[in-house]
Design a protein around this ligand. Structure first.
Ligand code: ATP
Length: 780
């Protein structure tokens, strides 16, 4: 009796299949299966006789049309998969290393429930499309930073209108010596005039201080005028300035910058309302009185409706920070409402004007990009504004300023690169890149990896901090309990568990050592952050990350490398993500992972952001650098074995624990859903129909066939349910990165893409808004 499971378990001896047999008895399927198996065995025997390949006990490979190696299963499977041609293995790149196979062998049967597919990392990968455009590599060009503080002798804060008290406080307490180019313009303008303003400047150019310094300066001046007129200035004098920002994190960051500034004029009081805490305590704070308020739009609109004690009649400065994000996250209506309430209440209260208080309100809009929504916000909130920006051809300290294309700006010194990685190799290439980057700069380096959804962040955090058993040179194989932290989800805190060595660690960690890839000599800490974490956890994680290497807590200082492991959902997203590095004149690198095929079209978008300093890499290069032993003494392509071992190790780890397996499947499914939510203008680059789902599964350490990955509890959409009733074609699931759309059967993938996109976008926006907005760190 030959069934599918036995087919895969056949021992290959040269004589076992020698005579040609006829098959009788059993069902037609059994006979056909046995016949095919016999032919397969004969062919293998011939190969071995020819010395082309030896058999490895306990491991036989069947290659499918997809070049997948199917491992034997404990459980005989009912359904035979008998139509796959048997291919010989012409070269060593097609097979797993013998070492890894032997290692994998004994554990395999228990590791692969319901049959599994292990495909080689290095075979049948889609190739990068040759491009006609000019070569992108223009590295090693020394470019002067475009967002650094100026060296101009005249560009001092006092020359721009700040009081000597504030200027010396900046220098002594905040180590800020000279303004950046955008600060020079904004401070001069806003200190001397009551006109609305639109500040547009690249990321990391110091926009926060560009609007805050004039506000604080003007309030200091107001307090002096009131004092001269015999009136006290204190927290009860009135609310004079409101700063709106799209996210809680950013609001807190702005609030901490204000606190730093106000320590030289402690009579001016600021506060913050951003949700995430009880409205009652926010109301209590508002009741005590304050002069500057930082808020998220939704929460402020709510307080304007429901908190009587909030008097906005004296507000004379309204700042809309990160205008593009405010619009993108759907705060338009809230802002509209806030602006009209401010207008209405100011007019009603004109008779109670304080000495020195300007008649009109100044509204300032800030943005790093000029994208669609910003224009709407501009017309809705600003009246005859002055535009404060650095023109395209403007020179900063004799060098060209940042803008290379209208509406986009990235710091000139930022080095962008992209790496084309076939879907199967994504995970190992990420690890190779991290190993290489941290090897070069040691654990003093800081990096952010952007991943498209919270489930995927969780999965990758666990994978990268799991104890590795793969023999990668110098890896920190033992678990470093001391670093497992501290920060935990309150709801999960009770579920702490004892681990083998007797140390209690939290089941849910947001910080841990990257034991699976960093080395003992150079240990790297990993932090987890996404929008599905509770607010308190997000805040403390960000703080821990900020403080980990550098101690300034203003933004995320000194981030050396940004990796966009999953491409951004829009160009603006990209700009904001890469803007976490190369801030205030510092160096920075940003690397994006693209898959061969239509994703490579995104390279043109990268060029729009900045053509210079754009470098190209490929997966082999990153793997070689990341997985080669540091001694440099290595057999040719030894790194392939190292990478394969690492990958197999993760796959085993995933299969060995139901929890990990579910997490991997959940991450995979959520990733695909998120993939469908790219903005319409960029969908040609990120086309669901070009995703090779089977290969992509490997990047989530899955050996399942894509069609069988269905995690219970993962929000099924209506269309999911409809699809479940429709016959599913195998090719629709397996796809092929290289096949054109026309080659595909008329499958339901396109429908899924569209419906998932709408659904995904709607949910994402709702979720972000419910969280009080999203930032580049709220990715769930
Ligand atoms: N004049 C200055 N000298 C030195 N450092 C500065 C100066 N102004 C701002 N910085 C620092 O530069 C960093 C970036 O500033 P900020 O966050 O205001 O930039 P941004 O333009 O708002 O960027 P993004 O658009 O990405 O939010 C901060 O760490 C800030 O402390």
């Amino acid at each position: 009796m030959a069934d599918d499971g036995m087919l895969l378990n056949f021992e290959l001896s040269a004589d076992a299949f020698a005579p040609k047999k006829t098959f009788k008895g059993g069902s037609w399927r059994d006979r056909l299966t046995a016949k095919k198996s016999s032919e397969w065995g004969r062919q293998k025997a011939k190969e071995r006789e020819a010395g082309s390949k030896g058999s490895i006990p306990g491991f036989e490979e069947v290659q499918s049309d997809d070049e997948e190696l199917i491992l034997p299963d404990d459980q005989p499977r009912k359904r035979a998969r008998i139509d796959e041609p048997v291919l010989s293995k012409p070269n060593r790149r097609h097979s797993l290393s013998k070492q890894s196979i032997e290692k994998d062998g004994p554990r395999r049967p228990s590791s692969i429930p319901n049959g599994g597919v292990v495909s080689s990392l290095f075979t049948y990968n889609s190739k990068a499309v040759p491009r006609n455009s000019k070569p992108e590599v223009e590295n090693d060009v020394e470019i002067e930073p475009s967002n650094a503080p100026l060296h101009d002798e005249l560009a001092t804060f006092t020359n721009l209108g700040l009081s000597p008290t504030l200027a010396s406080h900046l220098l002594k307490k905040l180590a800020i010596r000279a303004p950046t180019a955008i600060q020079r313009r904004a401070i001069e303008q806003l200190c001397s005039a009551d006109t609305d303003a639109f500040i547009q400047a690249e990321t990391g150019s110091g926009k926060t201080l560009a609007y805050l310094l004039p506000v604080v300066q003007r309030l200091m001046h107001l307090s002096k005028q009131m004092k001269d007129a015999g009136e006290d200035f204190n927290r009860e004098s009135g609310l004079f300035a409101i700063i709106l920002s799209p996210t809680r994190e950013l609001s807190k960051q702005i609030s901490s910058v204000i606190e730093g500034l106000l320590s030289c004029c402690h009579w001016i009081v600021s506060s913050i309302v951003i949700g995430g805490e009880k409205k009652k305590s926010e109301k209590a704070r508002l009741r005590k009185g304050l002069n500057i308020l930082v808020a998220t739009p939704g929460r402020l609109a709510d307080h304007l409706d429901n908190t009587e004690v909030l008097d906005v009649s004296k507000v004379r400065w309204l700042v809309l920070d990160e205008g593009d994000r405010l619009m993108e996250l759907g705060f338009e209506k809230d802002i509209q409402k806030i602006v009209s309430v401010l207008n209405l209440r100011r007019t009603k209260a004109m008779e109670r004007v304080l000495p020195g208080l300007p008649d009109r309100r100044t509204t300032v809009l800030c943005s790093a990009t000029l994208k669609g929504g910003v224009q709407d916000l501009h017309s809705m909130a600003l009246k005859e504004p002055v535009s404060i920006s650095l023109d395209e051809n403007e020179k900063v300290d004799g060098h060209e300023a940042g803008n290379e294309s209208k509406g986009f700006s990235a710091p000139a010194q930022l080095k962008q690169s992209y790496v084309t990685v076939p879907p199967k190799q994504r995970l190992v290439t990420l690890v190779g890149t991290l190993r290489q980057s941290f090897k070069r700069k040691g654990s003093v380096m800081k990096c952010i990896v952007f991943i498209s959804c919270a489930d995927s962040v969780d999965f990758h955090f666990e994978v990268l901090t799991r104890p590795s058993t793969a023999p990668v040179e110098g890896s920190a194989t033992e678990v470093h309990k001391t670093a497992d932290v501290e920060l935990e989800e309150p709801s999960l805190s009770s579920r702490s568990k004892k681990i083998a060595q007797g140390t209690t660690v939290s089941e849910f960690r947001t910080q841990a050592l990257a034991t699976s890839w960093s080395t003992k000599d150079n240990p790297v800490q990993l932090f987890r952050l996404h929008g599905s974490l509770q607010q308190s956890t997000r805040t403390s994680t960000l703080l821990a990350y900020t403080k980990y290497v550098a101690s300034r807590g203003l933004d995320l200082p000194n981030v050396d490398l940004v990796i966009e492991y999953d491409p951004p959902f829009s160009k603006d997203d990209h700009l904001h993500r890469i803007g976490r590095t190369a801030r205030a004149g510092k160096d920075g690198r940003a690397m994006i992972f693209l898959m061969p095929g239509c994703e490579e079209g995104y390279i043109d978008v990268l060029k729009e952001v900045r053509q210079r300093n754009l470098t190209k890499h490929d997966a082999d290069e990153m793997l070689r650098k990341g997985f080669s032993p540091s001694s440099g003494v290595t057999a040719d392509r030894d790194w392939e074995n190292q990478a394969t071992n690492w990958q197999l190790d993760v796959e085993r780890w995933t299969l060995d624990h139901p929890k990990h397996l579910e997490q991997a499947r959940r991450a995979y499914q959520s990733h695909i859903r998120a993939y469908a939510t790219h903005v319409a203008a960029e969908r040609a680059f990120f086309d669901m129909r070009d995703l090779h789902l089977g290969h992509l599964a490997k990047a989530f350490a899955l050996r399942d066939k894509p069609g069988s990955i269905r995690v219970p509890g993962l929000r099924p959409s209506k269309d999911d349910n409809n699809r479940a009733n429709a016959p599913r074609k195998a090719s629709a699931v397996r796809g092929s990165a290289s096949a054109s759309r026309r080659d595909r059967p008329d499958d339901d993938t396109g429908v899924q893409a569209v419906s998932d996109e709408r659904e995904g976008r709607r949910k994402m926006q709702a979720k972000m808004k419910a969280m009080g907005g999203a930032s580049e760190f709220n990715l769930g």
